[in-house]
Design a protein around this ligand. Structure first.
Ligand code: ISL
Length: 545
């Protein structure tokens, strides 16, 4: 590898700030309306200037895009809509030269129904080796083999012409792999090595808690008359002990790369598991390196609740020697500027149904960014968070693309509102996302001109410049990144205040009343102007003490 600029330390991931790229919506170099790998390449200087340590690129593989690429039909290539393998090689090399590491997305629970192995299984007979790569079963009394619900609505089983059913925990187009079959295990070993050998630094593991299933296929209990999707202990398709065997195997493969200049490769688990003790099982020292913490993402903008979640997370992860990994938004959730602009009891409700104060959301999103980046461990930034983009809640029904929309019988709009293409420049759509020939695959709002990267770069008070400054301070301050924190005593109930050694304090005012800052402290950064030594409501300050 020719990346003299990347950090040599093997534990870079313990404090990394990772920027999530959703390739379809990031930057469209060829102007067809869909983002692409060359679009990411063209924006690498922007990302280096922002100051992130690594990118996580959501799936870029060949896919019919029935679940935005989380339906993979070939794990060893690039979707032609996004580019080619040589574009990917160039991206990896160029990113490394700028000191930016690359994580990509591994989707091991399921593939696309266009994957050649699934097509072969459909053509094969019941009981054949081809079918054993997936979960094909006969029905029970004319019904699906179990009552398991699919994540996007409806049953998790689909019947085919010869009467058998196949399991799909997500969309009907996403058949679940049978991880009890050694060929599946070996295939994924080989996929990991394929990409590690191409130079990627690690993988984000999609639904890292679901590959193993209870082979006795018990029904799940009913809740309010419907089969539950809750991840209760003993759920037959979530958090089964077998997932840990898989993760331990992958860890050994990543560790084989310890002798390379790039160092051992790393994993981050996506597993929506609470409480944090359960998640901690995934990041024991012989398993995955880190795991997104979604408890903070789901937490209300409330000092007491946030403190409890932060404590619980750090205690559980530190007990197994893992760092915490903080996340405020991703491609599956309502953007946090919008969530924080709502009545916090309804923050996670669907699009357009909850009144939202986007100005309040903007202040809180800025405050939350400085909280996130001051906490011990690593942090993720979802593309557009740094611009303060809100959720787009009024997409016309005819453009909705998330399978949730169809599978819910047009009752749940789904996740498209956080996947609207990024506004880069100019005063009207496509705001520099593409060349203007092809319309962006999701329409951008008419009022996003002030939110473009270009407009924000020129405004000292913009979200973008706050993020840039925060990442600069984070690099300069030894206290930030991996380490420990101590809550400060005697602070008002609506305030979070903690100290990190050496000499750093973060104060978050989640209330409405301004709070006085300690005298003699030097202000490193504040999310809102500090006037007469007081921090206004819904604001965060970083102090040198
Ligand atoms: O199952 C869940 C909760 O009970 C979900 O939160 C689930 O963990 C989550 O939806 C998984 O998301 C990931 O896998 C999906 C894909 O659609 C998402 O975009 C991806 O982030 C299927 O691959």
């Amino acid at each position: 590898m020719t990346d003299g600029a990347t950090r040599p330390a093997d534990d870079w991931w313990r404090s990394a700030v990772v920027y999530q790229v959703y390739p379809r919506s990031f930057a469209d170099a060829d102007g067809d309306g869909t983002g692409d790998v060359n679009g990411i390449r063209a924006r690498l200087p922007y990302l280096a200037d922002l100051g992130v340590d690594a990118l996580w690129i959501s799936p870029w593989y060949p896919s019919p895009l029935l679940d935005g690429g989380y339906d993979v039909s070939d794990y060893r290539d690039i979707n032609p809509e996004f580019g080619t393998l040589s574009d990917a090689d160039a991206l990896i090399a160029e990113a490394h030269a700028l000191g930016i590491r690359i994580l990509i997305d591994l989707v091991p629970n399921h593939c696309s129904w266009e994957h050649p192995w699934f097509k072969a299984a459909l053509k094969a007979t019941p009981g054949s080796p081809e079918r054993d790569l997936f979960w094909f079963r006969d029905g029970k009394d004319g019904h699906a083999p179990t009552n398991w619900p699919a994540a996007f609505g409806g049953s998790a089983w689909q019947q085919i012409d010869d009467g058998q059913w196949y399991l799909h925990l997500f969309d009907i187009s996403q058949p679940d792999w049978n991880w009890d079959n050694p060929l599946v295990v070996e295939e994924f070993d080989s996929i990991l090595r394929f990409w590690f050998d191409r130079g990627i630094d690690g993988f984000r593991i999609d639904v890292a808690d679901s590959m193993a299933k209870d082979p006795s296929l018990p029904d799940v209990p009913l809740k309010d008359g419907e089969p539950t999707r809750e991840k209760y202990v003993g759920n037959p398709f979530y958090d089964q002990p077998g997932v840990h065997t898989i993760h331990q195997r992958w860890r050994a493969i990543a560790d084989e790369y310890a002798g390379t200049p790039q160092g051992p490769r790393v994993f981050v688990a996506e597993a929506w598991l609470s409480p944090a003790e359960r998640l901690a099982q995934y990041v024991r020292s012989n398993e995955l390196h880190s795991a997104f913490n979604f408890d903070v993402l789901r937490c209300a903008w409330d000092a007491k609740e946030l403190r409890e979640v932060i404590d619980h997370t750090t205690e559980s992860l530190w007990a197994v020697g893992a760092p915490a990994t903080w996340v405020l938004s991703n491609h599956d959730t309502i953007r946090h500027r919008t969530r924080y602009g709502r009545d916090q009891r309804e923050a996670l409700e669907g699009a357009g149904v909850v009144p939202t104060d986007l100005e309040l959301g903007r202040r809180r999103a800025r405050a939350a960014a400085l909280l996130e980046l001051a906490l011990p461990g690593g942090a993720y930034i979802y593309q557009g968070d740094e611009l303060g983009l809100p959720e787009v809640e009024d997409l016309p029904e005819e453009v909705l693309d998330d399978p949730t929309w169809e599978r819910s019988g047009h009752t749940v709009r789904g996740r498209d509102g956080c996947r609207v293409p990024i506004p880069w420049s100019g005063s009207e759509p496509p705001y520099g996302f593409g060349t203007g020939e092809g319309q962006p695959w999701l329409p951008q709002p008419a009022d996003w001109a002030p939110l473009t990267a270009e407009a924000e770069a020129g405004d000292p008070n913009s979200h973008l410049n706050l993020y840039k400054a925060a990442l600069r301070v984070r690099r300069d301050q030894d206290a930030l990144g991996e380490g420990r924190m101590t809550w400060d005593a005697d602070v008002p109930a609506a305030v979070l205040s903690f100290t990190r050694d050496p000499g750093f304090r973060c104060i978050v005012n989640l209330g409405e009343q301004p709070v006085a800052l300690p005298e003699s402290a030097e202000i490193l950064l504040a999310s809102e102007p500090v006037i007469d030594g007081t921090l206004p409501g819904d604001a965060t300050v970083w102090l040198k003490i």
